[in-house]
Design a protein around this ligand. Structure first.
Ligand code: HEC
Ligand code: HEC
Length: 248
C-alpha cells in the first residue's frame, strides 16, 4: 500500500513538472501576446472576405456559443487555449465532425496574426453568462444527467480511474491558463461531444494525451452527468487565468 502511494506521488510530481515545463515552453514559443483586438472584433462580427463568415453567426454575438449547432462558448475561455485550437484546426491537428467540420476551413483561411487577433477579442468578452437551457434540451428529448453526480467527478474524480477535473481545470472548471481551458459554463451539447471525442480519440490534440487518458474511463452516464454539472456550474472568480497584454 505504501509503495503504491509513493509511486503515485512520484508520478503526480513528474506530471506536474512536465506540465509546468510544457506550459512555459508553449508560452514562450507560440503564444506570446500581441493580439490586435479591433481587428479580431471585425473578423468576429463581420467575417473575412468571401472565405470566412462572421464567427458570431454560430458562436453568438456575445461569444456564448449556440446549443443547436453544438458551437462552443468562446468568451473568456482562455487566450492561449483559443490560439492553440485555431492553429490546431488550421493545421489539421484537430478535425471536428458534424457542424464543426467547417472550422477547418475557417481557421485555415485566417493568418496566424488574425487567429491571435480573434482569440484576443473573444477573451475580452466578459458579459453575463448565457447558459444552456437544460430544461428545454430535456423537453426536446436530449438525455440530461444528474448534476450532483457530475459535480462529484469534477471535485473528486472517480477513485483509481479518473482524476478530479478541477485538478487541471481549476475550481468548478474555471480554467487555468495557459494549458487548461475554462470548461465551467461551457455549452452542454459541445461538452458531451468533446468528452465522447476524447474517449474515442477522434479528438487527439491534447498535450501528453491528458484528456484521452481521463476520458477513456468515463462511462456514458459520467459524460452526461459531467456536462450537466459543468454547463450549469456556478460563476466563480477568474482564478489564475492569464490575461494577455494586448494592443488596440
Ligand atoms: C457555421 C458555424 C460556425 C462558424 C461561422 C464559426 N464556428 Fe467556430 N465552431 C463551430 C462549431 C460547431 C465548433 C465545435 C467543433 C467541435 O465540435 O470540435 C466550433 C469550434 C470552434 C473553436 C474551438 C473552441 C474550443 O473550445 O475548443 C474555436 C476556437 C472556434 N470555433 C473559433 C471560431 C472563429 C474564430 C470563427 C470565425 C472566424 C468561427 N469559429 C466561426 C461552428 C462555427
Ligand atoms: C491532467 C490534466 C487534466 C485533467 C485531470 C482533466 N483535463 Fe480536460 N483538458 C486538459 C487539457 C490540457 C485540455 C486542452 C487540450 C487541448 O489543448 O486541446 C483539456 C480540454 C478539455 C475539454 C475541451 C474544452 C474545449 O473547449 O474544447 C473538455 C470538455 C475537458 N477538458 C473536460 C474535462 C473533464 C470533464 C475532466 C474531468 C473528468 C477533465 N477535463 C480533466 C487537461 C485535463
Amino acid at each position: 500500500m505504501r509503495t503504491f502511494f509513493r509511486k503515485n506521488a512520484v508520478a503526480t510530481l513528474l506530471t506536474g513538472v512536465a506540465v509546468l515545463f510544457l506550459g512555459t515552453a508553449l508560452a514562450e514559443e507560440n503564444y506570446l501576446p500581441g493580439a490586435i483586438i479591433a481587428n479580431g472584433k471585425k473578423i468576429y462580427m463581420e467575417g473575412k472576405g468571401d472565405s470566412v463568415p462572421a464567427c458570431m453567426t454560430c458562436h453568438g454575438a456575445n461569444g456564448w456559443g449556440m446549443e443547436a449547432l453544438a458551437a462552443p462558448r468562446l468568451a473568456g475561455i482562455g487566450f492561449p487555449y483559443v490560439v492553440k485550437q485555431l492553429s490546431d484546426l488550421a493545421g489539421g491537428k484537430r478535425v471536428p465532425s458534424g457542424a464543426g467540420a467547417v472550422m477547418l476551413v475557417y481557421a485555415g483561411a485566417l493568418s496566424e496574426q488574425e487567429r491571435r487577433d480573434v482569440a484576443g477579442y473573444v477573451n475580452t468578452l466578459t458579459g453575463p453568462a448565457e447558459l444552456s437551457d437544460l430544461k428545454e434540451l430535456k423537453d426536446s428529448g436530449t438525455v440530461i444527467g444528474e448534476r450532483y453526480l457530475g459535480q462529484a467527478i469534477v471535485k473528486y474524480g472517480v477513485l483509481g480511474k479518473v482524476s478530479a477535473c478541477s485538478s487541471c481545470h481549476g475550481f468548478n472548471g474555471r480554467g487555468a491558463a495557459p494549458l487548461f481551458p475554462v470548461i465551467g459554463q461551457q455549452k452542454y451539447t459541445y461538452l458531451v461531444n468533446q468528452l465522447n471525442n476524447w474517449r474515442d480519440e477522434s479528438r487527439n490534440n491534447d498535450p501528453y494525451a491528458m484528456m484521452r487518458k481521463m476520458a477513456k474511463n468515463l462511462t456514458d452516464a459520467d459524460i452526461v452527468n459531467l456536462a450537466t454539472y459543468l454547463s450549469s456550474a456556478p460563476t466563480t472568480t477568474g482564478g489564475n487565468s492569464v490575461v494577455p497584454t494586448t494592443t488596440q
